[in-house]
Design a protein around this ligand. Sequence first.
Ligand SMILES: [Zn+2]
Ligand SMILES: [Zn+2]
Length: 422
Amino acid sequence: MSTIRVGIYTRKEIRAVFHGEYKHGEEVVCGEKIICEAGWYVPLSEDCSFSLMDVTIGIDFHWERNETQTFKGSLEVMKAKKGELTAVNVLDIEDYLQSVISSEMSATSHMELLKAHAVISRSWALCKIQRSLKGSAFACHESEGKRICWYGSEPHEGFDVCADDHCQRYQGLRAKDHKNAIKAVNETKGEVLCQLGVRSEELGVKEYVICDARFYKCCGGVTEQFETCWEDTHFDYLVKVEDFTKERRNDLTTEEGAREWILSSPEAFCNTNDKQILSQVLNDYDQETIDFYRWKVVYSQDELTALVVRHAPQLGKIIDLIPLKRGVSGRIYELKIVGENDSIIIGKELEIRKWLSNSHLYSSAFVIEKDSNTFTLHGAGWGHGVGLCQIGAAVMATKGYTYKEILAHYYPNTEIKLGIRN
Ligand SMILES: [Zn+2]
Ligand SMILES: [Zn+2]
């Protein structure tokens, strides 16, 4: 059995209710307890659970609120900084996944889509436990007139994953956990995505190498490769995939290729407006935006200047945006921003999306149309585009593809393996 350590929250004191008997050192505890020091609380039987009060969910989102959450497994209270305590839930990874898939995926999702996500989430969680996620955390290379940054995932200290969207949303045992999510986790029990034919030899045991199975909302017709978004390392399974059945040969790394591609709306798995399918992937608050396969953002020169000035006040009024390098899906990873006083080259894809929007631009796969006072960005897709396209996967499931076919489509050169040790 693999266990995972989930950090729930950090507080001055932890208010808990134990439903059933828990071993705490030499004592057995039950019922309400205000915990003011570090320690372990281990359930004495399978049907025990414990609740934590005032857990904040949706931090920094408009639906942020506090609620009581209930958990299986053990509670570890750890010392944190500034005399505070962190509540960590230690539980079986399969129980963790049931909750995650229920929280992250809609109850109306197709079973094959849920199963694909269960395998991805399990692979991701095991990578987190092994601290073997590919790519480093935030890195930034700045030189004269150039700023190339990417944003990886910092490991947590003292636990494997947090319970919020930074890692995977985990809300413990919930009355509304849906049967299908639980079924999808059970039916893929222990299955992880591994690199084809690649094994590591840690501890003298040959092991398959688990994939860093990334995903996002919509590729825009073609998926991107890892190195366009993060550091310059190549992974055989995070490469260009054309998100359709008919093969085409557009070279989207060129300006002409990207322009023709983005200004058209080619057939692709993720080229859909089917609300029933979109609702499987997008949370309610996201469903208002359905124009993400192809999208458009219009800025006046002043608006664009105001956005860029936050990062580079020295540029002055912005007079041009020039894509210098595009990845295989047309996503720009080096963009030259020309101002009246100076210019700068920025990358990679997320940095570009942050600079050109108050939050994030949908993607960095865009072409620019300029007239006297306006900049129109015509774009494709939503997210970094590396790995599985969630909208495309939902459409594939509806068309009758199995989760194994869906995973093989978005992650070439992989195989699904059972029972990877951690
Ligand atoms: Zn996290
Ligand atoms: Zn797609």
